[in-house]
Design a protein around this ligand. Sequence first.
Ligand code: AMP
Ligand code: GLY
Length: 425
Amino acid sequence: MKILVIGSGGREHALTWKLRQSPQVEKLYCAPGNDGMRRQAERVDIGTGDIERLADFVAGEGIDLTVVGPEQPLVSGIADLFESRGLRVFGPSREAARLEGSKAFAKEVMLENGIPTAACEVFSDMDEARRYVAQDRPCVVKADGLAAGKGVILCSGRAEAEAALDAVMGRKVFGEAGERVVVEELLTGEEASFMALMDGDDFLPLASAQDHKRIFDGDEGPNTGGMGAYSPAPVVDAAVHDAVVEQVLKPLASGLKRRGLVYRGVLYAGLMITEDGPKVLEFNCRFGDPECQPIMMRLESDLPSLLMATADGRLGEAAAEWSDQAAVCVVLASRGYPGQYQTGMEISGLDALDSWRDGYAFHAGTKREGDRWLTGGGRVLGVTALGDTIEGATGQAYDGVSRISWEGMHYRRDIARRAIDRGAP
Ligand code: AMP
Ligand code: GLY
């Protein structure tokens, strides 16, 4: 079987790494991929936005399955284009990907199907939005569009909410995504990431995970794409798992079907586990990153079989086996991320990790130059390890981290700390 993975981050490297382990895979490509992914796949020099050329390449090479990593090509309709050309693709259609592409649409679908979520209002008029936040309650202001997970501002009351509206709608700090805003109730609890494969009829929950969104230890500083993750997330116990299946996945699957939307791919629900049970913060139409990294490390089943079953609408026959071990991923980032950062710094210790037995360093933003590794992005590496417990896996991951360095390397020292402090197994 020939497979193409679209994307170039840690998520795509983890998918590629797992796909490579399958005896079914005879040829693996990544577009555009990154230099770390060369170990598993052949890089193809086509950008993720160039969906026509991607389709031509897939048709020309006779590729059996294309796995779309990031949201942007999905929101642009890559799945529709591939299907119209008879090419098998893992990822939802443009319409279905609006669950991520438009927060307002996601809310509409949730309300329509009774899916628990924060109460909210949508505004395209700034004065109306200002009148609404004058109620002076804790709230969240969200730009209504793709803003790389960064278009969300938590506000304790009126003054902060007004400042947020001014930034998002007035000064457009998140660009056009600020034309419309969603203002919603501030939920409290612990967050978890819950992903499921969906094929339009059936769904298959994946192992739970927890992300660490803020840049600094103790959940301080601005939101990032994610600074580390672990799986399983102890906060997703059996009761929460069942509640997500019954209250989120089932109504969502049937609601999408009623709208005539066929969702084939992975659905990511960002959850807040509140005192009243799980509530959906957001949907994404792709694997979470970094969550994908520990999850792929724990997956024991054959990944191509699961992705093919999803793309072909055969998930009803599929099952996923998970390692009993825990996995932890620590993201190594460039100083300054998620703001401005420098690239081109030489990374030391990376090749020596080849002999590391307990984990793997997934590449997110690296460049190979001669025999040197250089930084090439905000999130640079996802150092991911297995262990018998979350604490054990965390120790292994930080052991891997301790072998790598570059000038300005930044990472959180408290990944999985909360789970360990709770006495998680
Ligand atoms: P989103 O992109 O909508 O998931 O928001 C990014 C992050 O903002 C989430 O992971 C939460 O940490 C936080 N957040 C979003 N919505 C809420 C909410 N209604 N209540 C509390 N925190 C929220
Ligand atoms: N780690 C959060 C996300 O992928 O959206």
